[in-house]
Design a protein. Sequence first.
Length: 268
Amino acid sequence: MASKKTRIVVGVGGWTYEPWRDNFYPSDLPKTRELEFASRQLTAIEVNGTFYGAQKPATFAKWRDETPDDFVFSLKAIQYATHRRVLAEGADSVKRFIDSGISELGPKLGPLVWQFAPTKRFDAEDFETFLALLPPKVDGIALRHVMDVRHDSFMVSEYLALARKYKVATVFCDSDDYPSFCDLTSDFVYARLMRTQSEVPTGYAPKDLKKWAENAKTWAAGGEPAGLPCVEADKPAPVKPRDVFMFFISGAKERAPAAAMGLLKALG
């Protein structure tokens, strides 16, 4: 916890990965108990399976019941809504995803990640039409939307203005493979840390985990960390406490749980 009003949660992408056996998971742990185990070492998981296909309401309820009360699931939205030439034509896909039973997660429902293809260029009119499709609530539960934009054309003030208008966050990627900019566009921060290295036992070097812990605390307190790339570096966002979601994704995935646990330790 950063304060009584904000949270910093840290996790990984998914919980089923064979190299985590006898590395993160005990060798004798039944596969049916992997989520139970992972959710007690971490504070959040980004679910990738929802990107490829719809899950059943009963599945979301099962995940809810297997995890601690303060655990958070971030869900990647269905690809049929984001991987299309004209985003405005994805209304039905957006609705089906929102109505697929995600509300069964209740208070454990975290941000919804709308990930776009690396070839998807920024088109202001089309993108605004898409943002207008995203509902603020489902079954009485407030929704938090975050855009994972993967083309350099989004690194412009026009995109940032739209994101702020519709109160959606923008993924900050610690990566050389995708646009990396940390301009704040909502009341929460969503970071995907993608530089884990197999030769480093904790994925990120301890000094780097300490720095990311400092960054997380700065975001949570309402500030903006120094040294991170921004499109509008001369236009700081309003100072206000923000929830922070941080996930170790890609890179040397076998080190992701160790990196997440290392960051949690650095956060104290």
